[in-house]
Structure formats: C-alpha cells, structure tokens
Ligand binder design. Structure first.
Ligand code: AMP
Length: 216
C-alpha cells in the first residue's frame, strides 16, 4: 500500500499516519519529522530548514525532494509506505511521480483530511508533541495522563515552535496558497480520497480505511 496523506496543518495527518503505519505495517515517512530530527541533531540541513519552519514557510522543494528520494531508497519500503506532509507543492507532486515511475511503483491513493480552518487553529494552538516518538496530544481535547509526559513512551511533551499563534496564521496562508492545489493534481488522476477529518482519531481512522478499500 502506497499512500500520501494531505490536509492542512493540524488536520490529523501525523495521527492518522501512525494508525495506518500500525495497521498496514508500512513505514510512515514524515518530512516534517525528518526536518525536526535534522534540527535536533544540529545538522546543516536542519539549520537551513529551521529558518523556514519558524516562519511557517515551506522549506525549498530541492531540499525536500533530496530527503524523500533518499528515504524511498531505504529497504523498508517493500510493502509500501505512507507519506505524511509530502507532497506540499505541485512541483513536489510532479517530481514525486517521476521518483515512483523510476522505481516502477504506483500510488494507491491520496487521502485528504478535510477539517474547517477554525478547528485546525484550535487543534494547533493546544497541541503538544512527544520529543521522543512524535505522538501528539492536545491540552484540552486529548491530554496525556500525566502532565508533560507521553503516555506511549514516557518522553517529554513540548510545544513545537511553529505551533505558536503567530506562526499558525502564516502556515494556514501558505497551505491555502501552495498546498491546496496539490489536491487538484491528485483529483485529476482519480487518486484523491476525501475524508471528513473532524471527530475522534478512531472515527476518522475508520473513514480513512473505508476510503482505501478497493471500489470494485
Ligand atoms: P509538518 O510537521 O508536516 O507540519 O511540517 C512542519 C514544517 O516543516 C512545515 O511548516 C514546513 O516548514 C516544513 N515542511 C515539512 N514538509 C514539507 C514539505 N513537503 N515541503 C516543504 N516544507 C515542508
């Protein structure tokens, strides 16, 4: 199964990716998490990317495409993969198609999680992320059992720099301008699967699975 997950910041891509990863036993490839790792490790790439991330802007396509191309060559993608946060521009989507064609692979679907903007903003502003495993919580809608500690791995929970109010607005604008057209790209190929992304993670997951079932 080869899937890409689309949707605005806070739409639930990371959460659904983790559920899909466990269900289909395929690796989650999250460009955002790869970039945050690079920032944490002090890698040159991380230093360059952080400036864009902190402003809520997209990291240049060339950087992202190198990352994804390298990651797809790892030998854990045999059963498929799940891309979360990529492609985010039409240019990335086109380059991705070439990467797949070069490997004789086809995409099974592009799942788009639809969530109203006001809900996205509320989700992002209260979001807390585990520094160790990336699991996400929300201070009101989905708090961890122990304050500041991840239920899953005991890691430390923090607020991402780009989940602060000033940056959230910029990310929403960038999404509308640069990433929303990616939907049309996949729609034109008959690959777009739209899912109502409101409701609990489990409810949304059931809808995602239904959309991924073969139609015939
Ligand atoms: P995410 O964790 O997917 O919300 O990504 C966090 C930030 O990383 C984004 O706001 C961008 O600055 C950067 N980023 C992640 N994925 C991409 C991508 N495919 N293209 C460009 N920038 C990206």
């Amino acid at each position: 199964m080869r899937i890409v997950l689309l949707g605005g910041p806070g739409a639930g891509k990371g959460t659904q990716a983790k559920l899909l990863q466990d269900h289909f036993k395929i690796p989650q490839i999250s460009t955002g998490e790869m970039l945050r790792q690079a920032v944490q490790n002090g890698a040159v790439l991380g230093k360059q990317a952080k400036e864009f991330m902190d402003r809520g802007e997209l990291v240049p396509d060339s950087v992202i495409l190198d990352l994804v191309d390298g990651r797809l060559s790892a030998n854990d993608s045999g059963r498929g993969f799940l891309l979360d946060g990529f492609p985010r521009t039409v240019a990335q989507a086109e380059a991705f198609e070439t990467m797949l064609a070069d490997r004789n692979l086809v995409l099974d679907g592009a799942v788009s999680l639809r969530v109203p903007t006001a809900t996205l903003v509320a989700r992002l502003s209260g979001r807390r992320t585990c520094r160790r495993c990336g699991t996400m919580y929300h201070v009101r809608f989905n708090p961890s059992k122990k304050d500041g500690v991840c239920d899953r791995c005991g890691g430390d929970l923090y607020q991402r720099d780009d989940d602060r109010e000033e940056t959230i607005k910029a990310r929403m604008e960038v999404y509308e301008r640069q990433s929303a057209p990616v939907h049309d790209h996949f729609r034109a190929q008959g690959l777009l699967r739209e899912v109502d992304g409101t409701g609990s993670a489990e409810e949304v997951f059931r809808k995602v699975l239904r959309q991924l079932q073969p139609t015939h």
